[in-house]
Design a protein around this ligand. Sequence first.
Ligand SMILES: Cc1cc2nc3c(=O)[nH]c(=O)nc-3n(C[C@H](O)[C@H](O)[C@H](O)COP(=O)(O)OP(=O)(O)OC[C@H]3O[C@@H](n4cnc5c(N)ncnc54)[C@H](O)[C@@H]3O)c2cc1C
Length: 390
Amino acid sequence: MDFSLTDEERAIRDTARQFITKEVMPLEQEALLRERRHQPGLELSELRELQQKAKKFGFWGLATPEEYGGMNLPAILQSLIWTELGRTFVQFKFGGEADNILFYANEEQKREFLLPTIEGDRISCFAITEPGAGSDAANIKLRAVRDGDDWVLNGEKTFITNGNDADFAIVVAVTDPARRANQGGATAFLVDKSMGWRSEFIQTMGEGGPAALIFDDVRVPHRNILGELGQGFELGMKWIGKGRYLIPSNALGIAERALGMAIDYANTRETFGKKIGTNQAIQWMIADSEVEIEAARWLILRAAWTVDQGEDPRHSSSMAKLYGAGMVNRVVDRVMQVHGGMGYTRELPIERWYRQVRLMRIYEGTDEMQRLIISRDLLRGYTKIGGHLA
Ligand SMILES: Cc1cc2nc3c(=O)[nH]c(=O)nc-3n(C[C@H](O)[C@H](O)[C@H](O)COP(=O)(O)OP(=O)(O)OC[C@H]3O[C@@H](n4cnc5c(N)ncnc54)[C@H](O)[C@@H]3O)c2cc1C
């Protein structure tokens, strides 16, 4: 058994780390100041500029196939890079990416939606959640009714990331109410903002925020169906599935950076005439965090490895998402405790992480949904205790 990275994996990971350390981390103080003024930490134009710089370093389209100019990296490498991205709270990500399901587009749709998204000229959002259907996504109600060459969409989506900035939405709508959405009753549509949907910003405890999307007789041409009629739910689950190992990968980077801060603080802050790190109470918080970080790392890498093996990654991804999201919440909480009052201020990014990582236990499948998947797989005998080693 070999737990080490290959030379190539290490080289790519280290180059990403170097870029983030040299080009992104220096922007952190300014980003914190701006966010305190309720402005974006990084303007879109600044993000694009950084992405172009990263392109010169060779980072463009981590998951994008080479024929579209991307790196087509295996899942293990994508996971390693998302961990590097997690080390900074500046909302940077590498360019050249598009929603994984946009690759199901036909040639005409690719020209109109996929290619400009990869280039960063258009912004997409993915919309399945509704006010009455989140975890129970098969219960969506936003209706699409055929009318000649068009479909007419009515209903509401909610909590849609990028919903306020997007030029177009990938919307999962009910096309056949006689069937459940997960049994062929739903279809994904590519819907330009110019077709008439509106967005309403939703305040959350995080920076930025998602949006509600309102569809009031929005006419969408039949040619804007993504994939096949009735394939909407399946595509939706593919979109969500990817986040289930990338979200915890990102969480890992946050936890590692935060723990590093706690160790530095424990080694310098003095109370009662000695460093706080000499107290067992502080040492235990550091030890528990390190153990949980390592446990999460191997669950996450195993999930990514399962993707690379071409096997069904749902079980291992659910375990990575459940544990990784919980881990980062516990670690950031301890790191705040180690910092005392300073941890609670906006001078440091800890309270920001504290707010940010809470979301990881909720979106793209709550903790409870991950537990449901994991236990269901075992109870039905779909997976074995011991996984691929059993
Ligand atoms: C900031 C943010 C960004 C988001 N981005 C997107 C996006 O881009 N696109 C998109 O489509 N959606 C997005 N979402 C939606 C997100 O995926 C949902 O909020 C999430 O799936 C939970 O759904 P819900 O909020 O309706 O909660 P509910 O489904 O109503 O659940 C409420 C609680 O009940 C629990 N629960 C529900 N059913 C069960 C059960 N059977 N057993 C045990 N417990 C259960 C849940 O775990 C949760 O604790 C986003 C959400 C947020 C907050």
